[in-house]
Write a protein that binds this ligand. Structure first.
Ligand code: ADP
Ligand code: TZD
Ligand code: MG
Length: 576
């Protein structure tokens, strides 16, 4: 029995859960219905929540994670038991890896049967499985505890380093009834779920002293800085210090990529050369060569000079995780950056001109070289000529969201397409995971209401391609551009055994992904030139209609693994 037939003074688990979320200003759920949560999705919609229903839980989970990153509120993903839960778990773990706040709520089978392994429908000990893969995991057995359960989930997701939280709700919970008034009283509106963490004054001073003595300082902005929404202060810090900065991929646009202090185009120069590096919400993981050099970007391996690091991060255990951090600055980025600004006073000397002009020289040379490449119009179209179009479209629509995945399709887009506003770029993140494309696109459209451009490798798109139906169903202003080179990295690999099967990295030649969008009532366009691509993208953005552009590019154009070829293991024979 659902609440529809109950006496008005009673409430139940379904409604208490919805009320608890709404009380905390959470009004959207990314879901995939089924036992035991089908009615929950219906009731949530009935109670005025936006329920976005997906075709596979991983993409609902990815949407929740992106929503969390964009809004500083945990995104909610709702799944059924065992297989639905597992499908959502990859997204929950990816969110945790990326420090994005989300809550995966899964219905589960009855405890008594699961614990005795008696073979319930979709039986699985989900809480135990989720625990090591996310930031925190809770189970609520009784309706009267859901208020506390949601409050703990929200606090765990948002406070300190944000991350993914699992909430397990056995089927029995939903239909449990209780007095409506007592139920209402049991709910908690979380006060200050992500308390500011003010850095210690001596740690601010230590950082400033190091910065002051630097000859070749560099600031690296990471997606933690984008998440923190301290945009004005971060810009002020960069400009007041005069220090060249590098944005990590999802920090692009925090300051416009065209900013004169951006050192992106001189990345392989500044990383090895800098003597003091200030990390702002960026970890020294593989994306920064673990802080030890041998940059994977640029022109081959290079050792980094000895560096001193300042690291601004909310997580005290992040410091020293790879190399010694001379000046850890622990606190929330907003508080840390404003403390630095205050400490710099009014007479702070800008970064040495010898260094900034050396950076500018490298950068301008590289930009000129890139401009030459982008001006070419080869036939067939390649990554550069296609992305020159995307670059112009994004420049003309700086408020648009950009979602990006693939290997070459990712690396070239990141370096060619400038971003102009904060938190406009969503991508494969810390894991370099494929499959975020359509889930992130749905969330970007739902959360921001702005046009979304998804630049996808043809392989990358395949991981979430069925969600184009979701995009059409909700009529979202998403323009998917597939850089179609007939495969993973390239379309030209051959079967080394000489058999009839194609190589493992090669797909059907000339595939028409545009027809997938047409199948659901969206607009599909097949293009082979930059001119056609430009016209199709302009039309998509002007109309706001779900659009998929199959952009055929040179199948020989890519390189193995894009920019991270060096991470491929080599056989002993090749190494010699
Ligand atoms: P990127 O991949 O862009 O280099 P990472 O994901 O490696 O960025 O790093 C993000 C860092 O930001 C994490 O170490 C996380 O603890 C930190 N962080 C996230 N939010 C905040 C915040 N509000 N204040 C301070 N640090 C934060
Ligand atoms: N599976 C998952 C979940 N994540 C991954 N990163 C991979 C597999 C391995 N992988 C990459 O790292 S990139 C990529 C795969 C399969 C696809 C590259 O092909 P593409 O892009 O068509 O998307 P390009 O433009 O052809 O390089
Ligand atoms: Mg490809």
């Amino acid at each position: 029995m659902t609440n529809d037939t109950q006496s008005p003074v009673q409430t139940d688990g379904f409604h208490l859960l919805i009320d608890a979320l709404k009380l905390n200003d959470i009004n959207t759920i990314f879901a995939l219905p089924g036992i035991p949560i089908t009615d929950l999705t219906r009731m949530a919609q009935g109670e005025g929540m936006r329920v976005i229903s997906f075709r596979h839980e991983q993409h609902a989970g990815n949407a929740a994670a992106a929503a969390g990153f964009l809004t500083q509120k945990p995104g909610i993903c709702l799944t059924v038991s065992a297989p639905g839960f597992l499908n959502g778990l990859t997204a929950l773990t990816n969110a945790t890896t990326n420090c994005f706040p989300m809550i995966l709520i899964s219905g589960s089978s009855e405890r008594e049967i699961v614990d005795l392994q008696q073979g319930d429908y979709e039986e699985m000990d989900q809480l135990a499985i989720a625990k090591p893969l996310c930031k925190a995991a809770f189970r609520v057995l009784n309706a009267e505890d859901i208020g506390v359960g949601i409050a703990r989930a929200i606090r765990s997701a948002l406070s300190g380093r944000p991350g993914g939280v699992y909430l397990d709700l056995p089927a029995k919970f939903f239909a449990q009834t209780m007095d409506a008034e007592a139920g209402k009283k049991s709910l908690i509106k979380v006060v200050d779920p992500a308390p500011r963490q003010i850095p210690a004054p001596d740690s601010v001073q230590r950082a400033l002293t190091l910065l002051k003595g630097a000859k070749r300082p560099l600031i690296i902005l990471g997606k933690g800085a984008a998440y923190a929404q301290a945009d004005a202060d971060i810009r002020a810090l960069v400009e007041k210090s005069g220090i060249p900065y590098l944005p990590m991929s999802m920090a692009k646009g925090l300051l416009p990529d065209t900013h004169e202090q951006s050192a992106s185009a001189a990345r392989s120069y500044v990383l090895p050369e800098a003597d003091v590096v200030m990390l702002v919400g960026a970890r020294l993981n593989w994306l920064l060569s673990q802080g030890k050099g041998k940059t994977w970007g640029g022109n081959g391996p290079k050792d980094w000079a000895d560096k001193s690091f300042i690291q601004i991060d909310i997580s005290p255990t992040e410091a020293d995780s790879n190399v010694a951090i001379a000046a850890p600055l622990i606190g929330d980025i907003g508080s840390c950056v404003s403390a630095l600004l205050a400490g710099m006073g009014s007479s702070w000397a800008k970064a040495p001109a010898e260094w900034t002009s050396a950076v500018a020289e490298r950068k301008n040379k590289n930009i000129a070289k890139m401009a030459e490449t982008l001006a070419k119009d080869p036939s067939p179209m390649n990554y550069h000529s296609a992305l020159a179009v995307v670059r112009d479209i994004v420049k003309a629509n700086p408020e648009a969201m950009l979602v990006n995945e693939g290997a070459n399709a990712l690396d070239f887009t990141r370096s060619i397409v400038d971003m102009y506003q904060p938190r406009k770029r969503l991508d494969v993140g810390t894991w370099g995971i494929m499959g975020i494309g359509m889930g992130f696109s749905v969330a970007a459209a739902v959360v921001t209401g702005k046009p979304v451009i998804a630049i996808e490798g043809d392989s990358a798109f395949g991981f979430s391609g069925m969600e184009v139906e979701t995009i059409c169903r909700y009529n979202l202003p998403v323009c998917v551009v597939i850089l179609n080179n007939n495969g993973i990295y390239k379309g030209t690999d051959v079967n080394r055994g000489g058999g009839a099967d194609v190589a493992p990295t090669v797909f059907v030649k000339g595939a028409r992904y545009d027809k997938m969008m047409e199948a659901f009532g969206g607009v599909g366009v097949h293009v082979t030139t930059p001119q056609e691509l430009s016209a199709a993208m302009k039309e998509a953005i002007a109309s706001g209609k779900p659009t998929l552009i199959n952009a055929v590019i040179d199948e020989t154009a890519g390189t193995e693994s894009g920019r991270i070829t060096s991470l491929n293991p080599k056989t002993a024979a090749i190494k010699k």
